[in-house]
Design a protein around this ligand. Structure first.
Ligand code: IPM
Ligand code: MN
Length: 371
């Protein structure tokens, strides 16, 4: 099968982790006889440096022509603490979401038994944690009118939602719930916000089309607490843009490391896949970042491209590395492996060089040495 994939490595650790995903995709192509054609494009701080624009028109065109986009990370410290910056790397990501119509961001969160000790929660609370967050991605306070007066004494961001924006992601969330444990939790702030009351009204109406799925409503402050107190209660969480941004970071650490989690942004004709972590500039260029979030994002992309078996093979390879302690520094600060070694091991597993012929001694030499 031939697939045309746009690749945006982005900022910070983006190039390193995405580089491992490309190796993994090549290993998949080799095993299954596919051809993946990658077209690279710039976005974020690197694009600002090169062109002055965080999302140059060529990048958008590349993504529009490709079947899917694999993306690394965005952001650079030189913009983070500078409220006067007019052009910011993140604008590239927000614009590409909007331009490609990626209205739903899907973030699965699972606890890995082998990494239980890394979770900030006690092991017993992690039992059965398997949720998926559907975050609305192209509306709400992120995209409403923004204003600041000239004297910088007053500012506003408008949270606006239209019926069709709520309906379309609600359908996606309920369809996903039908394939899972058949429960949707709408997270909102309907006791205060008009937009949240609109969400409730529309979700209630839409839910009636899916009588096999149970619906639960939860205020966002309570949800933030419940994710910590009883995360196993959640199946599908459906929520608006900013609540989803915050809750998905919170939920992500349940698994032990933010570095493990993938995401898919879908909607119209196109889709974009990215790890949920940021650009982690302190680690850039050191070969220590965790490539698993990116590799699992590539697996989500394979699934989206109807390559289900291929996606499963990638996930099995990742599980194998985690179970055998082949992990990066974020997971084991003492006995850790490098970003590139993890990528290589995942590839070796996909192409069946391991575990059958595994020579643990050979793998051990690829480990870091901590003095
Ligand atoms: C995310 C990120 C982005 C967001 C930033 C980089 C604009 O935090 O994808 O969750 O807030 O959506
Ligand atoms: Mn975020």
């Amino acid at each position: 099968m031939y697939k045309h994939i746009a690749v945006i490595m982005g900022d910070g650790i983006g190039p390193e982790v995405t580089g491992q995903s490309l190796r993994v995709l090549d290993a998949v192509a080799q095993r299954f006889g596919h051809t993946f054609h990658y077209e690279h494009a710039l976005m974020g701080a690197v694009a600002i440096d090169a062109t002055g624009d965080p999302l140059p028109p060529e990048t958008l065109a590349t993504c529009q022509q490709a079947e899917a986009t694999l993306f690394g990370a965005i952001g650079h410290p030189k913009y983070d603490n500078d409220p006067t910056a007019k052009v910011r790397p993140e604008q590239g990501l927000l614009r590409i979401r909007r331009e490609l119509g990626l209205f739903a961001n899907i973030r699965p969160v699972k606890a890995y038994p082998a990494l239980e000790h890394l979770s900030p929660l006690k092991a017993q609370r992690l039992e059965g944690v398997d949720m998926i967050i559907f975050r609305e991605l192209t509306g709400g306070i992120y995209f409403g009118n923004k204003h600041v007066d000239e004297g910088h004494t007053i500012a506003s961001d408008t949270c606006l939602y239209q019926r069709h924006e709520i309906e379309r992601i609600t359908h996606l969330a309920y369809r996903q719930a039908q394939l899972r444990r058949k429960k949707v939790t709408l997270v909102d702030k309907a006791n205060v916000l008009e937009t949240s009351r609109l969400w409730r009204r529309i979700v209630q109406e839409t839910a009636s089309v899916y009588p096999d799925v149970a619906t639960e409503y939860m205020f966002v402050d309570n949800a933030a607490m419940q994710i910590v107190v009883n995360p196993a209660q959640f199946d599908v969480i459906l929520t608006e843009n900013m609540f989803g941004d915050i809750l998905s970071d919170e939920a992500s650490v349940l698994s032990g490391s933010l570095g493990l989690l993938p995401s898919a942004s879908v909607g119209g004709q196109k889709a974009l896949f990215e790890p949920i972590h940021g650009s982690y500039p302190q680690a850039a260029g050191k070969d220590i970042a965790n490539p698993v979030g990116s590799i699992l994002s590539a697996a989500m992309m394979l699934e989206y491209l109807s390559l289900q078996e291929e996606a499963t093979v990638v996930r099995q390879a990742v599980d194998w590395t985690l179970q055998h302690g082949f992990v990066t520094k974020d997971i084991d600060p003492v006995n850790f492996y490098f970003t590139s070694t993890i990528g290589e091991l995942v590839c070796d597993h996909i192409t069946r060089k391991v575990p059958a012929e595994v020579n643990i001694a050979n793998i051990q030499v690829r480990k870091s040495t901590i003095i």
